[in-house]
Design a protein around this ligand. Structure first.
Ligand code: FAD
Length: 378
């Protein structure tokens, strides 16, 4: 995790000047969005009059908002008392723009967590990530959710000496804090190259993870709550919240006002626009660019990637790689603090070129593919 100091040389210095913003209304359509356009509630209640009041209001319809509604109903709260307000179409934020990984990460993240939270909490976070993998698997199975959940191995592939040493130190720190290596395997030299298929790999760490279609999961959660009586209003950004003397809240939207007893903020990178105390220094809108590639025979059929991976070059620079089993689409992400912005309407050519170069460089398989880009922040 990058250190969030704001010295001029820190990549996070620019955050000081970043003002909170609402979601852009003309956000780009990602691969996950493109493959789920038939969702019946995509633009739910986009022109209907708002209710005057409701007991619970959830702001945001991503995985957090949709799961919160689901869990509130499960806990016994009548679904009719729950309103979800979404600024754009359903699941238009980071939940619809990510890498599709369910991936605990003990090997590269532990020391970053420890700097911020201390070793004990860092260990709890990593353990929690592993529990989440099991819980998602169980949840999907129990409810028979069609969201392309596939357990598979994942690799952290170290491509420079610097990052290989840094990951080794990270894992040593994780182990000395009491972390278990039971589920983690280490590969070096030719073993790393053969296991990962990445010909410049110096070393690699391997552990269990999964891939998933995140929008299908969120849409399932929304449908489940809406079927029970919960209301979703899309294209309804909350622009201000004020509190009344009786401690209820007024939600001001560009389509009128709703009063509510409880507000649950599930707004992710945009939280600071309604909760100024959550400035961009705390909840940072990092621009990361994902690409979806439709491969030719080099990565199709029997040649598909069996594992997912992060190709690591530097502390803050890696490339995420997964392949969806259902249609063979490759999801390839360029992750580095390349800019802080709330703008998810367009993509950067420079990152497309960099991403494609790295993808070709990493796997020694001449290939052709058609490309589309899903620009994202979160
Ligand atoms: C490039 C990238 C790759 C990632 N890859 C992974 C991965 O592989 N695996 C993983 O587990 N995580 C990944 N993440 C993180 C993950 O996507 C997020 O943690 C998760 O989706 C957050 O869900 P959320 O519901 O909190 O936020 P979001 O999905 O961002 O939802 C917030 C919603 O709130 C709405 N909203 C905001 N403000 C308002 C307002 N004022 N009024 C009304 N609506 C509002 C937005 O429009 C949005 O729909 C990735 C993130 C990024 C950016």
């Amino acid at each position: 995790m990058p250190s969030r100091n704001d010295t001029p040389e820190s990549p996070f210095a620019a955050l000081r000047d970043l003002k909170p913003a609402l979601p852009y209304s003309n956000s780009a359509i990602s691969y996950w969005h493109r493959t789920t356009r038939a969702f019946a509630h995509l633009r739910a209640n986009e022109t209907s009059p708002l209710p005057v009041s409701t007991k619970y209001t959830i702001i945001g319809s991503g995985l957090s908002g949709s799961l919160t509604a689901f869990e509130l109903i499960k806990s016994g709260i009548p679904a009719e008392q729950i309103l979800i307000l979404e600024a754009r179409e359903a699941v238009s934020g980071s939940s619809g723009r990510n890498a599709g990984h369910v991936r605990p990460d003990p090997c590269s993240e532990f020391s970053g967590y420890a700097i911020v939270h201390g070793s004990d909490k860092a260990l709890e976070i990593v353990k929690h990530e592993m529990v989440v993998l099991d819980l998602v698997q169980e949840f999907v199975k129990t409810h028979n959710i069609d969201c392309e959940f596939r357990p598979k191995q994942t690799f952290d592939v170290c491509l420079t000496r610097e990052i290989a040493e840094s990951e080794m130190r990270n894992v040593e720190q994780y182990v000395s804090a009491g972390g278990s290596l039971d589920h983690i395997r280490y590969h070096e030299g030719n073993d790393a190259k053969e296991r990962t298929g990445v010909h410049d790999a110096l070393s690699a760490w391997e552990w269990p993870a999964a891939t998933i279609h995140p929008v299908k999961l969120a849409q399932w959660l929304l449908s489940s709550s809406i079927d029970k009586g919960c209301k979703l209003f899309t294209h309804c950004p909350v622009i201000q919240i004020t509190q009344n003397e009786d401690e209820t809240w007024n939600m001001h939207t560009n389509r009128g006002m709703v009063s509510t007893n409880k507000v649950i903020h599930c707004t992710n990178a945009y939280a600071g626009s309604l909760l100024p105390q959550l400035s961009a220094m705390l909840l940072t809108p990092i621009k990361v660019q994902m690409h979806s590639l439709i491969p030719d025979q080099a990565f199709s059929g029997g040649n598909m990637l069996q594992a997912s991976m992060a190709l690591r070059y530097e502390e803050h620079r890696y490339y995420a790689l997964t392949q969806m089993e259902k249609d063979g689409t490759i999801i390839f992400g360029v992750a580095k603090p390349s800019g802080f912005t709330f703008d998810d309407t367009s993509y950067t050519d420079e990152l497309v070129i960099e991403g494609l170069e790295k993808f070709e460089e990493s796997h020694d398989r001449p290939s052709h593919y058609s490309l589309s880009v899903l620009h994202t922040i979160g």
